[in-house]
Design a protein around this ligand. Sequence first.
Ligand SMILES: Nc1ncnc2c1ncn2[C@@H]1O[C@H](COP(=O)(O)OP(=O)(O)OP(=O)(O)O)[C@@H](O)[C@H]1O
Ligand SMILES: C[C@@](O)(CCO)CC(=O)[O-]
Length: 318
Amino acid sequence: MSAEKVTATEKTAIGIAHSKVILIGEHAVVHGQPAIAIPFPLIGVETVIEYVPGTVKMDSTFYHGPLHHAPKELEGIVSCVEDSCEYLGIPYEDLLIRINSSVPPGKGLGSSASVAISVIRSLFNYCNKECSVEELLNLANVAETYAHGAPSGIDTLSITSDKPVWYEKEKPVDYIELGEDLHFIVADSGRIGDTRTSVESVANLLKAAPQRIHSKIERIGELTHHAKEALEKASKQILGQLLNEAQKELEALGVSDAGLNKLIRFAREEGALGAKLTGGGNGGCIIALAQNEVHSKQLAEKLRRFGAAAVWPFVLKK
Ligand SMILES: Nc1ncnc2c1ncn2[C@@H]1O[C@H](COP(=O)(O)OP(=O)(O)OP(=O)(O)O)[C@@H](O)[C@H]1O
Ligand SMILES: C[C@@](O)(CCO)CC(=O)[O-]
């Protein structure tokens, strides 16, 4: 065995990534409007790369085995690993990729992008190379295109950020400075959504009724501009109303469902300043803005008892 191989057998490397929630602007962002996303560090992905001779293998809750036999739903991650290996100049062999994720898939919390970013980071670490945000985004967006069809790029971007992100396709990214701490709750409706299908359904609606749907998309863009102002000026009452209005438009785009609507209505009845779906919708999660820390804890408990599949209260610090 060569000296090089001995070193390789001892080698492991780790890459981590947090998840994200979209505060406002989902779907409209695919059609050129801005959106605001928040890094969501309560859940995330850790990928461990190990030197294991043979073909490249994956170990995850989704699939265990050689990557070349991975199911179609993993083709984004497979191509992300291939592209990253090629980019880094490492042979596409002798790797075991272990993915440990606490991000539930299909819940609008960016599981596909978190997995992609953590895998890319682990491969860079495996080669002892630093990776820039630009390199991460370029490599991760390939995986997202498989998962989402025509992604805006906001998921990958917000997963690489530690601050709330203002994102508009093909424009320089901006980061939002909050005027006050904000208490949010993310609650899971329990139903798995499919972002790719819901993005396609909005695109089909837009083709069928361009004027009507375009005006809804523009309206979400306007609300997003106002939300940025409300975040910066510490106007949480106004922010709450804007979230509620955005939900109305998302319902008109056909991406909300009975489970989400039920949780949203309940959160508002229990005093949330605003509540809406977050992410792709038609399944997945809601985001609610609580009045303060105490209210956030109470509301989280009530949402749990009401039947939300999971509830994450979190504070977004100024
Ligand atoms: N633990 C995991 N191991 C491997 N792949 C995963 C894992 N979790 C998620 N994925 C990948 O992400 C895909 C799920 O992506 P999907 O777009 O449906 O949900 P999401 O990214 O969580 O939602 P959204 O983009 O709306 O936030 C899976 O099909 C799989 O390819
Ligand atoms: C629904 C969507 O706007 C957000 C998914 O988290 C899709 C995208 O921007 O790629």
